[in-house]
Ligand binder design. Structure first.
Ligand code: ZN
Length: 220
């Protein structure tokens, strides 16, 4: 597809949106009021708005390779702070996915250059949970399990930011969720981790790690 087709596609899309709802773009241009912040992977096969059926204006989005939340990443923290303090989103969703190239590269220590430093955070997750990667586990099984554990640890990282802690302290309604998406079937799965207030992370975290440990590390 030549790159000029993207403009053709865009005009057709804008026309369709206008036909469906003539005031749509005017309204959107004036304000956005999303209820959700999505922290997901940059992977082209995981388009946030599309897979949850939300329109422009309904989902605030941050994506990076392997949906990692690092406490010194000003980019991610700025998105989180603006979403929570200014837009007042009520839900933050950390969504990983099975078949993630970033997770696979981290697990196999593949070595692609600069990005290896970013994926080091995912290797840290694997090392934090070595008991969940028993001898004999296949690479396919391990990467799927690591994708789940990475979501869980990134949810914990979100919960531990000053931004989220301060929001809970002032009584703001805010839940942090851990989900995972299947490239192979287009379906989202709730990993069973939703943290809604200060002081509950440790219990929720232990519960979901035990659940992951209790399921066979097999392809979902
Ligand atoms: Zn990915």
């Amino acid at each position: 597809m030549p790159i000029t087709d993207l403009f053709t596609n865009n005009r057709q899309w804008a026309e369709r949106m206008n036909q469906r709802d003539p005031g749509f773009f005017n309204r959107l241009a004036r304000q956005q009021a999303p209820r959700y912040l999505w922290i997901g992977c940059s992977d082209s096969r995981v388009p946030a708005n599309e897979i949850v059926g939300l329109l422009p204006g309904e989902l605030f989005v941050h994506r990076n390779v392997a949906n990692v939340v690092v406490h010194s990443d000003l980019n991610c923290l700025s998105v989180l702070q603006y979403a929570i303090d200014v837009l007042r989103v009520e839900h933050v969703i950390v969504c990983g996915h099975y078949g993630c190239g970033g997770i696979e590269a981290a697990w196999k220590k593949m070595g692609f250059g600069l990005i290896d430093n970013w994926l080091r955070h995912v290797q840290d997750v694997a090392e934090r949970h070595t008991e969940l990667f028993p001898r004999g586990i296949t690479d396919a099984q391990a990467t799927e399990r690591l994708a789940e554990l990475n979501v869980v640890d990134q949810v914990a990282n979100v919960c531990r930011t000053t931004i989220v802690m301060d929001a809970w302290r002032r009584g703001q309604s805010l839940s942090i969720h851990g989900w995972i998406y299947g490239l192979h079937d287009g379906l989202l799965r709730d990993l069973g981790l939703s943290v809604t207030r200060d002081g509950t992370l440790a219990g929720e975290y232990a519960h979901v790690i035990a659940a992951i440990a209790g399921t066979p590390a097999a392809k979902k």
